[in-house]
Design a binder for this molecule. Sequence first.
Ligand code: AP5
Length: 222
Amino acid sequence: TKPEPLKIMISGAPASGKGTQCELITQKYGLAHVSAGDLLRAEIAAGSENGRRAKEFMEKGKLVPDEIVVTMVKERLLQSDSQENGWLLDGYPRSLSQATALKELGFEPDLFILLEVPEDTLVERVVGRRLDPVTGKIYHLKYSPPETEEIAARLTQRFDDTEEKVKLRLRTHHQNVEAVLSMYTDITIKIHGSVCKEEVFAQIDAVLAELLEQRQATSGSL
Ligand code: AP5
C-alpha cells in the first residue's frame, strides 16, 4: 500500500525563511505549498472584498481576521493536489483560534517546523527581499541575487517589507507564537535558521527523509 502523504506546518518570524524553504521542500517532496500570505496577496490582486479588507490588516502588520483566513486555507487544503500529494502549510496557524479551527476541521499535521532566526537578521532579510512577479521566486539583493539582468529589472518589493512595518509584524508574531507552539509541542522540531538556505534545508531534509522512511516501513512498502 502507498504510505499516507506528508502533512507539514512551517512557522517562524517574518522573513525567517519560510517561503524560501517551502520552494526547496516542494521541489524535492512534491507537497502542495499552501501559504496563507500568498493566498491573501492573491485576493488583494484579484480585487475581491476579502482582499480589500485583508490589506487593511496586513498594512498594519496585524493578523487578518479568522472569518477571512480560516475558510480560505480550509478550501485550499481540500483541493485534490493537497489531498493526494500531502501539504506544506506556510504561515498558518498563527493564533490559538486558527490552530483550534484547523483541528476541528480534522487537519492534523505530522510535523511542525519552527525556523529560529535572531531579530537583527530578520530585519536585514526583509529590507533586501525582492520577488519575481513572473515566476513567484523569492530573491534577496545580497543573499540570493537574481540570476540575470532581465530578472533583476522586473523584481518587485512587497508593500509590507519596510523596516517600520516589519517591527509591527514581529510584534504580532511574538504575541502569538507561544500559544500556537503549545498546540504542537510533541511534533515540533526547531531549526537553526540563520545559516545559508542550503544548510537550513539540509536540517529539514534530514528530518523529512527519516519521517518518510518510518512511514514506508510501517505501511509495508519497503
Ligand atoms: P506572510 O506573507 O506569511 O509574511 P511573514 O510571515 O511576515 O513571512 P515572510 O513571507 O515575510 O517571510 P518568510 O519567512 O517566508 O521568508 P522568505 O523565505 O521570504 O504574511 C504577511 C501578512 O499576511 C501578515 O503580516 C498578516 O497580516 C497576514 N497573514 C498571513 N498569514 C496569516 C494568518 N494565518 N492569519 C492572519 N493573517 C495572516 O525570506 C525572507 C528573505 O530572506 C528573502 O529575501 C530570502 O531570499 C532571504 N533568505 C531566506 N532564507 C535565507 C537564508 N538562510 N540566508 C540568507 N537569506 C535568506
